[in-house]
Unconditional design. Structure first.
Length: 141
């Protein structure tokens, strides 16, 4: 049974579900930083997913990244699956702008996280409602 890693639960805000992945927002308002987590139990590596889930993960990640590029006016998107701290398989999709707090350095450890306000989260959720397809289901805020 799928369960979200406690560290991801602690550091993120739930947004909703794609057919395969749970979409989370990293609770760091320095950057629009999203995380996709395949809703499969005990998966820490891409190769542990079956072929269909690997393809679905890539479809969801790339389609979402494309939506973010346009709707969040990204100069660059950082997409990565690292898992050195949280072993549960997850994909980071981070909107980068030339004027963001860490540009051009990586975001990890550059600045302390600044939690979102409820109003900022509502604005992001509303922005996503405008661009996400019917196969995405928002979780209650």
């Amino acid at each position: 049974m799928f369960a979200l890693d406690p560290r991801l639960q602690q550091d993120t805000l739930p947004i909703g579900d794609f057919p395969l992945c749970r979409l989370l927002l990293s609770n760091d308002s320095n950057y629009p930083w999203f995380i996709l987590v395949p809703r499969r139990a005990d998966i820490s590596e891409l190769f542990q997913l079956d072929d269909a889930d690997q393809q679905q993960l890539w479809r969801e990640t790339t389609a979402f990244a494309e939506l973010l590029k346009d709707s969040f006016d990204a100069d660059k998107l950082n997409v990565a699956a690292l898992g050195n701290v949280v072993s549960q398989l997850h994909m980071h999709v981070i909107v980068r702008r030339r004027d963001d707090a860490a540009w051009p350095a990586p975001v990890w450890g550059k600045h302390p996280a600044r939690p979102y306000t409820a109003e900022q989260v509502a604005t992001i959720r509303e922005r996503l409602r405008l661009v996400l397809a019917d196969d995405f289901k928002f979780l209650e805020a």
